[in-house]
Design a protein. Structure first.
Length: 98
């Protein structure tokens, strides 16, 4: 069963978290690619195929999470950059008024 969780981290930790998630996806893909399919043992083949499908579904969800987290990271960066630019302009204006 898959569950989504939410937790708070420092902004600077996000790239490492995303890298770890992507690495996990790669490892799962490698493992999934090693499945065996023996048509003479359809019961075991079915079990393995279902497991691969479940793994691929989880990988897909994790990669989507990586994209969403990355988009939030970029948005936070842009917002911070905008805020810093506005603050700098306000400081310049205040200095010029004096």
């Amino acid at each position: 069963m898959k569950v989504k969780i939410t937790h708070t981290v420092d902004y600077d930790e996000i790239p490492a978290i995303i890298s770890k998630m992507v690495l996990d996806c790669r490892e799962r893909l490698k493992k999934a690619s090693m499945f065996s399919f023996n048509m003479r043992n359809l019961k075991n083949a079915t079990i393995e195929i279902i497991q691969v499908q479940n793994d691929l579904d989880l990988i897909s969800s994790k990669l989507e999470d990586c994209l969403n987290i990355s988009a939030g990271y970029e948005e936070a960066y842009s917002s911070t950059e905008y805020t810093e630019t506005v603050s700098e302009r306000q400081e310049d204006t205040n200095e010029n008024d004096n």
